[in-house]
Structure formats: structure tokens, C-alpha cells
Design a binder for this molecule. Structure first.
Ligand SMILES: C[S@@+](CC[C@H](N)C(=O)[O-])C[C@H]1O[C@@H](n2cnc3c(N)ncnc32)[C@H](O)[C@@H]1O
Length: 309
């Protein structure tokens, strides 16, 4: 058995109930992290798990799993947006636990946290363009759009203008510098949520192309799933949940109501899912024990038993 984990897996029982692991089946944990879900799957049935994570720092944890579970476990360091290229066999279930892990947030030098002064990095994969690059090189409109779209921040334009003004004086290279810029626009009050949270979320989503990854991951995973296979997705904010909800609705033949100003989407695709759940929320007891769970939503869907016309 693997030891206690520093990242507390969210909605573990609900995830297991939704994916319903069976002996001799193959599952993909698309967001391995500290392996909480992988462990639960491998302990629940004599199944195989292929785990994916884009963060190379998860490799050592994966090696521990390999020692214990042997050929029942395999790990791939890559992005789940490429799942179709990464997985070379049909699978019976896939789970996505979207976002960053507690380890990533707690490692100061990764630059995810506005509470810890560190280089402005935020790259889950440890490669590509960093947050500092985007902050210092995008134009004011691009920054405002990102902060508005991905952070749902009403003061996005003022924050973008301040960033551009400040970077003319000195490059913005640390989390503290960025947080202080936000506080110049939105006053930080004791006992209130930190006003930097929305801007940091937005920049993190842009750095890691998180919504693009989610879209590609869902579509790719659906192609890998066997008939009757299950897809489970846990999200932590409304932008992600909306993508999952619309995807499940479209692929189960339901109309997807995107906006009251636009016609409903009904793309005449086959009804590839025979079932899709409503959003399932964590229990109050779980939220009390693990406050990180408070915004979690789990949705799952089951692929048809056979091809639909
Ligand atoms: C919330 S944690 C998962 C925690 C895991 N369920 C556990 O119990 O330990 C999310 C993990 O997904 C990884 N991740 C996020 N986006 C990814 C992507 N597009 N492709 C692969 N891994 C990704 C992150 O690096 C992080 O380790």
C-alpha cells in the first residue's frame, strides 16, 4: 500500500462510484498528480491504470507506484490534450481531475501562488512560455482579455493598464510584483478573498492553455473509450464546468444552451453517450475536512454499448 498523500484527492468515493472499476479493464488517470485516484482505482479492482501528467515532477511518485503495482501501472509524462497519440489501446474508463495539485501550489518556486514571493512561472509542464513572459510581452488588450475571460475579473482593463505602466519602469518578474499591481487596482481587505486570485487564475489558465487542453482531452478521450466506457471529470471553476457540461450534452444528443442570444447547438452528431450525469457536489463533511473541495463539481458520462448511427 502507498503512504498517506500530501494532495488530498477530492470526491474520491464519488469518482470511484462513477467510474465503477472492474477487474481486467484498462483505465486512464489523465491527471496523475500524487496518484490518489490511481491508487483508489488499482486497489478497487484488478485493473490496469495508465496515468498521465504533464508535470515531470510527478515522475518520482509514478516510480513508487511502478514498484508496488508492477505491470498493472504505467505512467506517461505528457499532456492529456494529446491522449489519442499517447494511448495506443482502447480503454474502459478515464478520469480527469482538472487544475493544479496542492504540491504545485505549495512549491513556492513554481510561481502559482500569490501568497508566496517567487519567480512568475506557473508552467505545469516546466517548459514553454512562462507567466513572466506573457505579463511582459502581451499587449494591453491581450492581457485585459485574458484577465477578463479566464479570471472573470471586472477590473481587467485597469489591471492590464497598470501592468503595462509598471513594466515600462521595471520588468515584472515575481509573483509579489504582480499581486502588488492587482492590489493597486483592487484594495486588499482583511477577511475577504484575495483580489489577486482571479488574475493569477487567468494567467495560469493562459500559460498552460488549460481550456484548450480540456477541450482536446475530452474529445480525444472519447475516441479512446470502448463502448460502454466511462468518462469522469472533476472541475474547480465555472469556465471548466461549462466546457464539460456542453460537451456531455452535445455528445448525448441534448441541446446545449450556450447563450440566450445564440441559437441552441444541435450538431446532429450521433448520440455517443447513453447517459450523462448532472453536476455532483462534494459533501459538507468533505468540504469541512478539505476546503479545496468547496468548488469541485463532478460530472460523468457513459458511452453507448454499441455504435450509433
Ligand atoms: C488536481 S491534480 C490531480 C490530483 C490527483 N487526482 C491526485 O489524487 O493526486 C492535477 C494534476 O493534473 C496535471 N495536469 C493538469 N493539466 C494537465 C494536462 N493538460 N495534461 C496532463 N496533466 C495535467 C497537473 O500537473 C497536476 O499534477
Amino acid at each position: 500500500m502507498i503512504n498517506q498523500t500530501p494532495h488530498i484527492p477530492v470526491m474520491l468515493d464519488e469518482m470511484l462510484a462513477a467510474i465503477s472499476p472492474q477487474n481486467d479493464k484498462i483505465y486512464v488517470d489523465a491527471t496523475f498528480g500524487n496518484g490518489g485516484y490511481t491508487k483508489a482505482l488499482l486497489d478497487a479492482a484488478k485493473c490496469q491504470v495508465i496515468a498521465i501528467d504533464r508535470d515531470p515532477n510527478t515522475q518520482s511518485r509514478a516510480e513508487e507506484f511502478k514498484q508496488i503495482y508492477g505491470s498493472r501501472f504505467n505512467f506517461i509524462n505528457g499532456c492529456f490534450g494529446n491522449i489519442e497519440q499517447l494511448i495506443d489501446k482502447p480503454i474502459d474508463g478515464v478520469v480527469f481531475d482538472i487544475g493544479v495539485s496542492s504540491m504545485q501550489v505549495d512549491q513556492k518556486e513554481r510561481g502559482f501562488s500569490y501568497n508566496k514571493d517567487a519567480p512568475l512561472d506557473m508552467r505545469m509542464s516546466c517548459n514553454g512560455l512562462s507567466a513572466a513572459y506573457l505579463i511582459n510581452n502581451l499587449n494591453e488588450k491581450q492581457l485585459a482579455d485574458i484577465i477578463y475571460k479566464y479570471g472573470e475579473e471586472k477590473k481587467s482593463r485597469q489591471i492590464a493598464a497598470k501592468i503595462v505602466q509598471q513594466r515600462k519602469i521595471k520588468p515584472i518578474e515575481t509573483t509579489k510584483q504582480l499581486a502588488e499591481i492587482v492590489y493597486q487596482v483592487i484594495f486588499k481587505k482583511n477577511g475577504q478573498p484575495d483580489p489577486a486570485a482571479r488574475t493569477f487564475q487567468a494567467i495560469r489558465i493562459a500559460v498552460n492553455d488549460e481550456l484548450g487542453e480540456l477541450d482536446r482531452g475530452l474529445n480525444g478521450a472519447l475516441s479512446c473509450l470502448n463502448y460502454g466506457g466511462r468518462m469522469v471529470v472533476i472541475t474547480f471553476h465555472s469556465l471548466e464546468d461549462r466546457i464539460v457540461k456542453n460537451f456531455f450534452n452535445q455528445k448525448s444528443g441534448k441541446k446545449s444552451h450556450v447563450s440566450r442570444y445564440l441559437p441552441d447547438i444541435n450538431d446532429n452528431k450521433p448520440n455517443v453517450f447513453s447517459f450523462c450525469s448532472k453536476a455532483i457536489r462534494p459533501s459538507l463533511a468533505e468540504i469541512e475536512a478539505n476546503p479545496r473541495a468547496h468548488s469541485a463539481k463532478l460530472r460523468y458520462a457513459i458511452k453507448n454499448d454499441k455504435e450509433t448511427k
